[in-house]
Design a protein around this ligand. Structure first.
Ligand code: FAS
Ligand code: PHB
Length: 389
């Protein structure tokens, strides 16, 4: 097969790029390792920045998002029984939209299928050949049958465990990583959310987050040990622990119920530089990872896609290489700001082993400052709703 852009990975990055390219008549093929159902079974992000919303509108995939998504003008932050609100719209004029990544991915699959987009599922043995040439090609197998796609460009959208990043030679790649000494145990329950806005909770027992997907589907997280397994936690134990980490008045109204999904996500900050090697461009989790505290994972994948889409569009429409040549530098500038915010918010809200009494006092002082200072709230709000592309 021959195409203009070969995209490895059928998650939100790869699908959004493919759909945006399609709107400009640029051909692509998406190669996905799993089945569509498997991809849609993953429970991931829940908060969308306006930048991602605008990209989905440009891709013609925002109708359900606007019909079913929830506009959130702010968030709640608690510490012990204290709680305050950071008003995004007051400080930035911009809200966020609460709409699950699963639904974003579902909408993107539907759009690609409606447009006759080529998506190959259950691909294996994917290899990017001649990435640093003008004639890269992908070899892979489906059901043991060898396949090949010749292309102009390759978009590596295959996530943290994909092969694209590994294609960049070690003497070219520089990697930066911070692994956090805890994970997030998350559950999904068919219960009404405890509050109509998210609650980020710092407690002496560890971090907790109260989120939602709709008025009868809630998403909750508690910081847990890296040695924990989901099966170590009964639903009852989870609910009891969550109640001990959020303010008493919120715990009193928490509606509990059976979990329909329970998983543990490890937390890391990770960036690989550069995000380009010849005609291979890395997007999203293939290039960077953030702790989900600041809801930046999916949203930073979106800004990568924005830069790469516009670079490829300029190349095919005008012959200009400026956008693709500046892709890595432009994307990384915003990636590192998202890394900083995610690291800062994680440091503020979690309990770390070996924290001294002084360290804990500094956390509370930081929270009190955020509670009382307009400039501090503005800075947090600007990062949370999404810095400019
Ligand atoms: P993805 O990992 O979503 O997609 C990559 C795709 O490539 C996958 O479908 C995979 O099957 C495929 N693939 C991998 N290797 C391949 C190969 N060799 N060949 C072909 N295909 C291949 N972000 C938030 O903002 N909030 C959250 O709460 C949150 N929770 C998360 C929980 C977990 C467990 C994880 C792993 C991530 C979480 N994230 C969260 C971040 C997440 O939302 C990512 O930022 C987002 O999925 C990025 O999208 P992609 O870059 O498309 O990568
Ligand atoms: C979620 O709803 O899954 C969610 C929301 C905000 C975050 C992380 C996860 O910061």
């Amino acid at each position: 097969m021959k195409t203009q852009v070969a995209i490895i990975g059928g998650g939100p990055s790869g699908l959004l790029l493919s759909q945006l390219l399609h709107t400009r008549g640029i051909e692509s093929i998406v190669l996905e390792r799993k089945t569509k159902d498997y991809v849609l079974s993953r429970i991931r992000a829940g908060v969308l920045e306006q930048g991602l919303v605008r990209l989905l509108e440009e891709a013609g995939c925002a109708e359900r998002l606007h019909a079913e998504g929830y506009v959130h003008d702010g968030t709640l932050v608690s510490y012990g029984d204290e709680m305050f609100r950071v008003d995004f719209t007051e400080h930035t004029g911009t809200p966020v939209i609460v709409y699950g990544q699963t639904e974003v991915t579902r909408d993107l699959y539907a759009a690609r299928e409606a447009a006759g987009g080529i998506i190959e599922y259950e691909v294996e043995d994917v290899v990017i050949n001649n990435a640093d040439s003008d004639a890269p090609y992908i070899t892979y197998t489906v059901g043991g049958e060898p396949r090949r796609v010749d292309c102009d460009f390759v978009a590596g959208c295959d996530g943290f465990h994909g092969i694209s990043r590994q294609t960049i030679p070690l003497d070219v790649r520089r990697e930066y990583e911070k692994v956090y000494p805890f994970g997030w145990l998350g559950i999904l329950s068919e219960t009404p959310p405890v509050n109509h806005e998210l609650i980020y909770a710092n407690s002496t027992r560890g971090f907790a987050l109260c989120s939602m997907r709709n008025e009868n589907l809630s998403r909750y997280y508690i910081q847990c040990s890296l040695s924990d397994k989901p099966e170590d936690w009964t639903d009852e134990a989870f609910w009891q622990e969550l109640k001990r980490r959020i303010p008493a008045d919120q715990a009193a109204k928490l509606v509990t119920g059976p979990s329909i999904e329970k998983s543990i996500a490890p937390l890391r900050s990770f960036v690989t530089e550069p995000m380009r090697y010849g005609n291979l461009f890395l997007c999203g989790d293939a290039a960077h990872i953030v702790p989900p505290t600041g809801a930046k994972g999916l949203n930073t994948a979106a800004s990568d896609v924005h830069y790469l889409y516009n670079g490829l569009r300029a190349f095919y429409e005008t012959g200009s290489r400026e956008g693709i040549d500046s892709y890595s530098e432009k994307a990384l500038k915003r990636v590192w700001k998202a890394e900083r915010f995610s690291w800062w918010f994680s440091s503020l809200m979690h309990r770390y082993p070996h924290q001294s009494e002084f360290d804990l006092k500094m956390q509370i002082a930081d929270l009190e400052f955020l509670r009382s200072n307009k400039a501090a709230q503005q800075a947090m709000a600007e990062n949370y709703v999404g810095l400019p592309y």
